[in-house]
Design a protein around this ligand. Structure first.
Ligand code: ADP
Length: 226
């Protein structure tokens, strides 16, 4: 019997902390109906829930280091088993090491899938520390702000939903941001060459306006989702 099978798109966003991976992944999720899969978000949820994985990850995350491949892979494999990911996924913050990239290729091969595109967001390092150190979000609707780059129009009130409570990530300070940048260059940037070799690397200038970057990414993703 002939069954119609579709291969869901698997897209990776690569880039240092502050490059805008999360912002762009959410926009792509809305536009293309893909699922954003952020290992940072999954780990923060595990920390908040106090699971064994979360307890192992907490101090490493606060220091700006990378959580062990085993911990991250267990969390990711769990999430990849969800039925909703059949729509296709945008991996935001994963893989971050050569071991994770290999494990991902193995995980996908089991279901006949492959990475469709790994998109590198190209940014200036120095600007990243400033971006990360000043960012905060509305606790109600999640709208993102920045102390100097994008303050709320009225102090203490979210422009989008009127909420008055805001959140800052524990690791969004200048010192930890520098450690995260170092980890990125030492362990994650080498993956750019890995995906170039596989013929799936795309690069996008990510220093411009959010909307322009979203357009550039959209063009690449449209090719993947047909
Ligand atoms: P950013 O990309 O802005 O640094 P994330 O939310 O992606 O933020 O990650 C926050 C922290 O979570 C990282 O500094 C690291 O400690 C941990 N983390 C997230 N994803 C991974 C991963 N794939 N491997 C190891 N550690 C990770």
């Amino acid at each position: 019997m002939n069954e119609v099978t579709t291969t869901p798109a698997v897209l990776i966003l690569l880039g240092p902390p502050g490059a805008g991976k999360g912002t762009q992944a959410r926009l792509l999720e809305e536009r293309f109906g893909l699922i954003q899969l952020s290992t940072g978000d999954l780990l923060r949820a595990a920390v908040a829930a106090g699971t064994p994985a979360g307890r192992a990850a907490k101090s490493v995350m606060e220091a700006g280091g990378l959580v062990s491949d085993d911990t991250v892979l267990a969390i990711l494999a769990d999430r990849m088993a969800g039925a909703d990911v059949r729509a296709g996924v945008i991996l935001d913050g994963f893989p971050r090491t050569a071991g994770q990239a290999e494990a991902l290729d193995g995980l996908l091969a089991r279901t006949g899938q492959k990475v469709g595109a790994a998109i590198s967001l190209e940014v200036d390092d120095e600007a990243m520390v400033g971006r990360v150190a000043g960012r905060f979000t509305c606790a109600t609707c999640g709208e993102g702000y920045h102390d100097t780059g994008k303050p709320t129009a009225r102090a203490g009130t979210c422009d989008k939903c009127g909420g008055t409570a805001f959140k800052r990530r524990a690791d969004d300070n200048a010192e930890t941001a520098r450690a995260r940048l170092q980890a990125y260059h030492a362990q994650t940037a080498p993956l750019i060459a890995h995906y170039r070799t596989l013929g799936v690397l795309e690069s996008v200038d990510a220093m411009g306006a959010i909307g322009d970057i979203a357009d550039a990414l959209g063009t690449i993703v449209a090719r993947q989702t047909g």
